[in-house]
Design a protein around this ligand. Sequence first.
Ligand SMILES: Nc1ncnc2c1ncn2[C@@H]1O[C@H](COP(=O)(O)OP(=O)(O)OP(=O)(O)O)[C@@H](O)[C@H]1O
Ligand SMILES: [Mg+2]
Length: 494
Amino acid sequence: MTTFNELNISQPIMKALQKMGFEEATPIQSETIPLALQGDDAIGQAQTGTGKTAAFGIPMIEKIDPKQRKIQGLVVAPTRELAIQVAEELNRLGKMKGVRSMSVYGGQHMERQIRALKDGPHIVVATPGRLLDHMRRKTIRTTDVKTAVLDEADEMLNMGFIDDIRDILKNIPEDRQTLLFSATMPKEIRDIATNLMKNPKEVKVKAKEMTVENIDQYFIEVPEKQKFDTLTNHLDFYAPALAIVFSRTKKRVDEITDGLQARGFRAEGIHGDLTQGKRMSVLNKFKNSRVDVLVATDVAARGLDISGVTHVYNFDIPQDPESYVHRIGRTGRAGRTGEAISFITPREIAHLNLIEKVTKSKMTRMAPPTHQEAKRGQQQAAADKLRKKIDQQDLQDYHETANELLQDHDSISVVAAALKMMTKERRNAPVNISSVQPISVKKAQHGKNNKGRSHNKKFYGKRGQGGRKQGGRNQGGRNRKGNYQKHRSRKPNS
Ligand SMILES: Nc1ncnc2c1ncn2[C@@H]1O[C@H](COP(=O)(O)OP(=O)(O)OP(=O)(O)O)[C@@H](O)[C@H]1O
Ligand SMILES: [Mg+2]
C-alpha cells in the first residue's frame, strides 16, 4: 500500500484527503497519479469501486491554478447522476486549494446553468450532449483546458457517444492531457481510444477477475413468469439493507416497481424517461434509506457510488458482460462486501457462461427461496424487532401484564401471538410483468440492441461450449448472514 505522502501530493489536497478519511492510496491511485502528474496521457482500468475518481481528480486538481477563473479541467461522464457525483467528489478534493467544480447536464435549465458557469468554475463535469450544446453557444470555453477525462471511457466511446466525444476533443487544445478511465475496456474500444490520445500509457490494475472479489456472485435459474415471485421471496428471506434491481426496459422497471409497492416493499424506479427532478428525488430517497429497493435500467449501472448497497439483482441478465461488471459493481465498493444475484431463464444459460468467461468470474447456483422460506424471513424480521426491544430494557411497565398472560397460556403461544401480530405478512397481490424475449447468445450477436457492441463477437462465436449441467453447482447462499441486524439498525423507525 502506498501513502498519499509518497505520491508527492501538495498540502491542500493532502488536507482534503485527510478530511475525506482516505488514509492510503488504492492501487489505481498509486499507479496513475505519478504518471498523470508527469503529463502523460493514460488509460486507467481498475475494478469498480476502487477509487478511479480520485485517481484522475487528484492530478487534475494539482495542475489547476485557482487564481485563474477559467475552465482548466473537463470531465465527460455518460449519465447526469454520475456527472453530479463526480463534481461533488472533485469539490471535496479541491476544497482546500480553492478549486471549484461544477456539473453540467441535460434536463436542467439552460439559463440557470449559464448563470452558474459565469461564476468561473475551474472544472466542468458534463454529459456529452449538453456539453456540446454549451460549447456551440460559447457558454463553455475549452481553450484553457489542460486535462480532459473520459470517465466510463468505454461507454463514452461506444457507438452512441463516439461522434460527440470526437467533436468535444477536437475543440480542446492539442497540448492537453487526456485520461480515460473505466472498470472495463474491450480491446476494440481501446483501439479507438488510442487514436484519440498521444502515446497513452496503460495502467491496468492486475486482478484475477474483472469483477470485485468481495462481491459474492450467485445465479438463480428461473422461468420468466416466476421471476417476480422469486424476487419478492428473496427480498423477504434475505432482507437486504439496500438493494438495486436491474431490469432491461423502462416498462419493466415501472412494472416491477409497482409490483413491489403493491406487495408492501419500499421501492422506487429510475430510468431515462423520468424528469430530472424525479430522478434526483428517487436517488436521494435511496441514499437516505427512505427507499430499500431501487429498480433501475442501466442508467444507474455505471459509476454511481451509493454507500451501503448490499445486494444487486439482475432481474434480467444484461446483454454485455461489461454491463454485468458495472451493474454488480454498485455493491462491494471501497473494500466492503456485497452480493449479486442474477436471474437466468433456462434458455439463457449459455449467455451466463459467456459472461463468466469474459469476466473471468464464477456465479454460484442458488436455489430460489421458497414461499415458506420467505414467510420465515418475514417472521425473523419481526423476531429481530423483538430482540432489539428486549435489549433496550425498558419493559418494566409491561411485566405485570406479561405475568398474567403467562399464567393463562404457555410461553410459546404468547410469543408466537406477538410475532404473528408484528410480522409483515406479505400482501400477495397478483403481479404481472410483461414478458421479454430471453437473451440468447445468437440474439446478442445479431440483435438490434447490440449496436456498436461488436467487441464481444469473438466470445459469442464460441456458442455451445461449456454448457452447464443442471444442478452441477453447489447450492450457495442459503445463509442470511445476519442481514436483518444491519437492516434493522439502519432504520430505527421502521
Ligand atoms: N484511497 C481511498 N481510501 C478510502 N476510500 C476511497 C479511496 N479512494 C476512493 N475512495 C472511496 O471509494 C468509493 C469508490 O470510489 P469511486 O467511485 O471513485 O470508484 P470507481 O473506481 O470510480 O468505481 P466505478 O468503476 O464504479 O466507477 C468512493 O466512496 C470513494 O470516496
Ligand atoms: Mg467511477
